[in-house]
Design a protein around this ligand. Structure first.
Ligand code: ZN
Length: 125
């Protein structure tokens, strides 16, 4: 890098210019963990990198008791897990797994219910 004051070429990590002593890097030893802390704080305030699919899967998992929503929760949960695995910076794996588990359980109930209805209607004929 070059000194903004005298134009002397300096080492990229130089704090002061070797020629004129001008400070050319105001924060030369900024610890890298500060930015990580900033990200952590941001993440707590705004869930910017939380997978939207995971949130949807979580909510649908909650309403899977109404079995109509169960297959949708299962599907969104699977999509969310794939999405989070593809983008490790995204969060919400807990919600996604919850959606898959709840959706899976109640999808089985739904399938059993449909099979029973079909069986009853066939035997009733
Ligand atoms: Zn200089």
């Amino acid at each position: 890098m070059y000194c903004p004051k005298c134009g002397t070429k300096n080492d990229d990590n130089a704090f002061r210019c070797v020629s004129c002593g001008e400070i050319i890097q105001p924060m030369p030893t900024r610890p890298p963990f500060i930015s990580a802390d900033d990200n952590q704080a941001m993440r707590m305030l705004i869930p910017i990198d939380r997978s939207g699919l995971a949130i949807a899967a979580g909510y649908l998992g909650l309403v899977s008791i109404v079995v109509v929503f169960a297959p949708i929760a299962l599907l969104l949960g699977i999509l969310a897990i794939r999405d989070i695995k593809k983008h490790p910076e995204k969060h919400g794996m807990g919600r996604a797994v919850f959606g898959v588990v709840m959706g899976g359980i109640f999808t089985v109930f739904l399938l059993v219910y449909i099979i029973v209805i079909i069986a009853v209607s066939i035997s009733g004929r």
